[in-house]
Design a protein around this ligand. Sequence first.
Ligand code: RIB
Length: 310
Amino acid sequence: MSKSAKLAVLGSINADHILNLTHFPRPGETVIGKQYQIAFGGKGANQAVAAGRAGASIAFIACVGDDDTGERIRQQLMQDRIDTSPVETVPGATTGVAMIFVNADGENSIGISAGANAALTPACVVRHQQVIAEASALLMQLESPLESVLAAAKIAHQHQTQVILNPAPATQLSDELLALVDIITPNETEAEILTGIAVNNDEDAARAARALHAKGIDTVLITLGSRGVWLSEQGQGQRIAGFRVEAVDTIAAGDTFNGAFITARLEGKPVVDAVRFAHAAAAIAVTRPGAQPSVPWRAEIDAFLQQQGE
Ligand code: RIB
């Protein structure tokens, strides 16, 4: 099978329980919520959905529990144009859960129960190594066991499959893993945890990017919230602004960015154009509530870019 433009995503699947409130509860405080919804999420699944809806040819390596939620999520992923044959159902496990508070400013605070996601072990990765070997790119995040992320990166490296790592949620990573990464997409907090450099402005972002290049990573994309992203390739950096929109919540904005970015790159778009495409997808996502319900389809991204005169 040709490697042309195939994407493998490896990562988590969660059912998100989202509660909107005026402010986050302080320790010991109870806050009455305004709105509650359950929606499909998980950083891995969100990125897979973003890629599938944006038009990628994609297979997803993940685990769900043997519960009704797991089956419904699998059906939804298939509707989102994702090959779910590498999604394993784990006997006796519950599907992952995320408890998400969203405050009046659209900021969120998340607690997670890994559930079946913990069963995405290195042995599970090896069972699906063919998917990684046949792909042009492997996109991962850090809601899966770290040893499995490393195992998958090693398989990718052996087969000249490009490794894209979204290092979220934030944690320190080994030099061994970072040396296997081709493109890394931290936000400011994640960049600081990986490099020790607080990212408050473009100069800081450039320094953090240089530190990540020194670990062996070719392309560094530091997402800067409303300020856009810092793109650094071989030490040459520039900030690429995002689009101004009225945000409802930012859940899965980063995930949408990652899935759309790699889709555009696999289509052969130059990296700056791929960032603009990903900015557009993320801008649409923040105007809608929830994780996967907010992720746009390709036609919506193209229409948005056309409206912006691009
Ligand atoms: O990035 C957003 C995601 O983080 C949510 O969908 C939630 O499941 C957590 O994994």
